[in-house]
Ligand binder design. Structure first.
Ligand code: KG4
Ligand code: ZN
Length: 347
């Protein structure tokens, strides 16, 4: 068998992520080693507007991406010649930014003659627990970010069953808009969590939309409206803001725990290996603790990737590239960038 004893070079992929307001480049190998994970947040550029401005994000990605690619290679102590392939997020996301990352990835692939993998951003979040924990399929995933809130059964690479999702705002959006109403700043999630630490979650009464309902959809816009009305009727003292932040976090946590419980009951027949949480909101410690309890009720492990791998990053895109390349799933360089790209259409 010629070549049987020859040493096989490890598969090393670069992943590029530009679908929202983080410019990110990661490098991982097929042995699940993260060789580099560089993120340049654009927070200051969007802060004056209290949210992500798509045009500003696209320009910022363009400014930052080349230098980030160079620094990721430096951190990994490799050159383009050591790469086995290039993965880049091709959607869903803010289209200007997605185009910057996808074009950068395609250009490197074209010049270096490397396979290109156009990654679905949601799939990259969904496969992260296989990078961090070597988790076996199937598992139940709560994807909780600023742009997405959904519950999926992850059955395999490209195979996702959507069990439920938000019928209005994403959960991260609820944190961000809540923080804006309370004058806490942007991005809201971490600021609400910090303010909540000194607040009383029983002091402000907020609704829990969809709680106890059949299925596992969520709704957050009623919660936001209720908070707005309460904010308008009260003076925004530090004590009030802390109490309102604690109450908002508690309401969101209750909703997520209820929906996760329903979802686990729905998929018990599929024998999931774990309850997994991913996306930026998965950084929230109160939410993590509650979901851990829900998983324990079903006798399942609870898996939450480290925070740097929960929020948008390049390593998760590179890893999705590894998973796909191992299966021979590559893309042509004329693959389009997509603003919308639901996960259950991937098969
Ligand atoms: O996944 P991500 O980095 O970007 C996408 O939206 O794709 O998620 C960002 C979202 C923001 O809405 C942010 O407020 C929220 O995650 N977030 C948090 C926390 N850290 C970030 N929400 C609650 N608690 C946190 N500690
Ligand atoms: Zn994301």
């Amino acid at each position: 068998m010629p070549g049987f004893f020859a040493s096989v070079a490890p598969m090393i992929l670069m992943g590029i992520e530009t679908s929202c307001d983080d410019t990110a480049v990661g490098i991982v190998d097929a042995e699940r080693r993260i060789l580099a994970n560089r993120v340049a947040a654009q927070t200051e550029r969007h802060q004056p507007y209290g949210g992500v401005v798509p045009e500003i994000a696209a320009r910022a990605h363009l400014d930052l991406i080349d230098e980030l690619v160079r620094r990721a290679l430096e951190e990994a102590k490799i050159t383009f010649g050591d790469l086995t392939g290039i993965a880049a997020t091709c959607g869903p996301g803010l289209i200007g930014g997605v185009m910057v990352g996808a074009m950068t990835g395609k250009a490197i692939a074209a010049v270096r003659g490397l396979p290109f993998i156009g990654v679905n951003h949601l799939e990259a979040h969904a496969l992260t627990p296989r990078l961090t924990n070597d988790l076996a399929f199937p598992y139940l995933l709560l994807l909780l970010s600023g742009g997405h809130s959904q519950i999926l059964l992850v059955k395999g690479v490209g195979s996702y069953q959507r069990l439920g999702g938000t019928i209005d705002d994403a959960v991260g959006e609820c944190f961000d808009k809540g923080a804006k109403l309370l004058g806490l700043g942007y991005p809201g999630g971490p600021l609400i969590e910090r303010a909540a630490a000194t607040g009383d979650a029983r002091a402000v009464i907020l609704p829990r939309p969809m709680l106890g309902r059949e299925g596992c959809d969520f709704s957050f816009s009623g919660l936001k409206t209720a908070l707005r009305q309460i904010v308008e009727q009260n003076e925004k003292t530090p004590v009030f803001s802390a109490n309102a932040a604690a109450s908002l976090q508690a309401a969101i946590t209750d909703i997520l725990a209820d929906r996760a419980g329903h979802a686990l009951a729905m998929v018990q027949k599929d024998h999931p290996t774990a309850l997994v949480v991913a996306g930026g909101v998965a950084a929230n410690q109160a939410i993590r603790a509650r979901l851990q309890n829900v998983a324990a009720r079903f006798g399942l492990p609870f898996v939450a990737p480290p925070i740097a791998l929960c929020t948008d990053n390049g390593a998760m895109v590179a890893w999705a590239g590894v998973e796909r390349l191992k299966l021979g799933l590559t893309n042509k360089l004329d693959m389009a960038a997509r603003p919308r790209w639901p996960l259950d259409t991937l098969a």
